[in-house]
Design a protein. Structure first.
Length: 329
């Protein structure tokens, strides 16, 4: 009996020690934390197009959280207006001494930077560029006109301009906001445009390379002159072997120069002048299902380079001055 008593006393002592080790009387009951709610919103711009629905939940930067205007999950004192409660922070450390970032944009993780500057600090700013990309699952188009690229090292900053969706040679082209679709990219060049405007690539755009230099080179995916010959010659082209030979000698996106061959028929010359150039390709193929490309060429119009060759911070800001993406090198 005495041994049994000591056995039970030992069990109670052991349980008491475990209770003390796990918090004892200071231990708080578990609380079920509800999931953080989020809001989504959409905006309708000119023309009735509905643009990207953006999340309104807090975004983290480093070890801090930032509450965007309109969030319902920022704590009891925050109303999104900045007037009372928790004030919205204005800058955040970038990880580079002496450089700070603005609060994160709702487009963070939707629009990304390429993480490198091609030909940084080039003597010709038309060779210097960065690339941005819209996520395939973005949920809608993103208007990037009036967004800003800026250098954390030099303070250089440039606003993304408007552009021409389908440029036409020899005329003044109308410009519109640059809108990237989900999965689209943009090559943002520091210098001036070789054709005088920012533009979206298309099936015929490679013809521009016949007269201007582009960095990086334009895609050369124009319809071949020989395929257009069979479609647009006008009479049975098989009876014009000189025209067949000449069109077969042309590379993709190479504009025809009829003076190079004196034995071309008038019908052949007319075909070449009408179709084997940018505007002719445009008139023949602008309704093709694969006409539009997925990349914009955007030109900031600088006379000097935007970025340092080494040790710079690249930051992309939305039209409200909030950080969309950044990297340093």
């Amino acid at each position: 009996m005495e041994h049994d008593a000591w056995f039970f006393i030992g069990i109670f002592v052991f349980i008491f020690i475990i209770w003390i080790a796990t918090g004892g009387p200071l231990r708080s009951p578990e609380v079920n934390v509800p999931a953080v709610p989020t809001l989504t919103g959409s905006s309708t711009l000119a023309g009735g197009a509905t643009y990207l629905q953006l999340p309104r939940a807090p975004y983290g930067v480093g070890n801090q959280d930032v509450c965007l205007p309109g969030s319902t999950s920022c704590g009891s004192g925050y109303d999104g207006s900045g007037g009372s409660g928790v004030a919205e922070p204005t800058t955040f450390p970038s990880g580079v001494p002496g450089v700070t970032f603005s609060p994160p944009s709702p487009y963070r993780n939707i629009v990304s930077l390429s993480n490198y500057v091609s030909n940084a600090s080039s003597s010709d700013p038309r060779n210097e560029y960065v690339q941005i990309h819209v996520a395939q699952n973005a949920g809608g188009p993103v208007d990037i006109t009036k967004w800003v690229l800026q250098s954390g090292a030099t303070g250089n900053a440039e606003i993304i301009p408007k552009g021409t969706i389908v440029p036409t040679s020899g005329v003044v082209n109308a410009t519109n906001d640059i809108v990237l679709q989900p999965g689209d990219s943009a090559i943002i060049v520091s210098g001036e445009s070789p054709v005088g405007a920012s533009f979206r690539e298309n099936k015929c755009i490679g013809y521009f390379s016949g007269f201007q230099v582009f960095s990086p080179p334009l895609p050369q995916n124009c319809p071949t002159a020989s395929s257009d010959l069979s479609s647009f010659y006008g009479t049975p082209y098989i009876h014009d072997p000189s025209c067949i030979d000449y069109t077969n000698s042309l590379s993709r996106c190479q504009p025809a120069v009829t003076t190079q061959s004196s034995n071309l028929s008038l019908t052949c010359q007319d075909f070449l002048e009408r179709y084997v150039n940018y505007n002719g390709c445009l008139s023949a193929h602008s309704n093709d299902p694969d006409f539009s490309g997925t990349t914009w060429r955007i030109y900031l119009g600088r006379k000097t380079s935007m970025w340092r060759s080494r040790y710079d911070v690249v930051e992309l800001l939305d039209d409200r001055g909030k950080t969309v993406a950044s990297f340093n090198y």
